[in-house]
Design a protein around this ligand. Structure first.
Ligand SMILES: NC(=O)c1ccc[n+]([C@@H]2O[C@H](COP(=O)([O-])OP(=O)(O)OC[C@H]3O[C@@H](n4cnc5c(N)ncnc54)[C@H](O)[C@@H]3O)[C@@H](O)[C@H]2O)c1
Length: 272
């Protein structure tokens, strides 16, 4: 049956296609979020680029709309700000009429040892990574509940939520641990509404954000990716597309019986 071309196409588009779906991707202006937005749009979704940088959002929106007209729409969003998140939900409904998928990708990862960490450093990271995930999740889940046809929420955490990779990321690691538990609690609460909530835990992924983090560091981006890549079982660092493929799976019909789970995508780093 799957060898037959038209039937195979129907079969795969039922499992992985997102035609008619409306997806919000936070932090979609660069790196992993950009990859996720591209994959969701390629699968047929209309994608809201919910990004704090208007320039980055415009670049990605133009790229997606050039590939498929009207497939993307940018809304300047600061996920850590409740009013901004509410405005993004409203603008999405005005533009596309519904919300089917939310991907909480926006995140920051400044490095500071605990000994030098100020309360502001701590609050800023929790504000974007954990409060931001909560604010977007709550707003989108309530809208999905109102629509009554289920939904998909995918949070982007990190393997650092399971095992710290270096000194300086305590605030980040704690925020991502929080995202993992928020995922499970939300899955429990919104399961009766047929809303699934899952988390992807990336290993090291070569992105603009990682390149910026490495600027001025004693090791260059190339050196640290080579070192990290060599420590994975698969011998390389990840790409935004590696994570986007996980999100595409969790956002589609193929994953309709999966909720409250964490999917590690790290090239085998943690088992190595
Ligand atoms: N790159 C990695 O190795 C890696 C590993 C594990 C987890 N992650 C997680 O993946 C996500 C994306 O990381 P990345 O490497 O692509 O980073 P990135 O810096 O390349 O992209 C993050 C995007 O989020 C946006 N953003 C930042 N603060 C925001 C806010 N308050 N509101 C809305 N948008 C905001 C940025 O402008 C940027 O476009 C983060 O949650 C990060 O913690 C990344």
């Amino acid at each position: 049956m799957i060898a037959d071309e038209p039937t195979a196409t129907t079969f795969f588009s039922k499992l992985f296609g997102l035609t008619e779906k409306v997806a919000i991707v936070t932090g979609a202006g660069s790196g992993i979020g950009h990859g996720i937005a591209r994959y969701l749009a390629a699968a047929g979704a209309r994608v809201v680029i919910a990004e704090i940088s208007p320039e980055a959002a415009a670049r990605v929106t133009d790229e997606l709309n050039a590939a498929r007209p009207e497939s993307a729409f940018a809304i300047r969003t600061d996920v850590s700000d409740e009013a901004s998140v509410a405005a993004t939900m409203r603008a999405t409904l005005e533009r596309f009429g519904r919300i089917d998928i939310l991907v909480n990708d926006a995140g920051i990862f400044p490095t500071t040892p605990i000994a030098e960490m100020t309360l502001q450093d701590w609050e800023r990271v929790q504000g974007v990574n954990l409060r931001g995930t909560f604010l977007c999740l709550r707003a989108a889940a309530l809208q999905m509940r109102k629509q009554g046809s289920g939904g998909r929420i995918v949070n982007i955490s990190s393997i650092d939520s399971l095992h710290p990779s270096m000194v300086g990321l305590a605030h980040y690691d704690a925020s991502k641990g929080g995202v993992n538990m928020l995922t499970r609690s939300a899955a429990l609460e919104f399961g009766p509404d047929k809303i699934t909530v899952n988390t992807v835990l990336p290993g090291m992924i070569a992105t603009e954000g990682v390149a910026a983090m490495s600027k001025g560091a004693p090791t260059t981006m190339a050196q640290s990716t080579a070192t990290f890549g060599a420590r994975t079982v698969l011998g390389r660092v990840g790409t935004p597309e590696d994570i986007a493929a996980c999100v595409l799976f969790l956002a589609g019909d193929a994953a309709s019986y999966i909720t409250g789970q964490t999917l590690v995508c790290d090239g085998g780093y943690l088992i190595g």
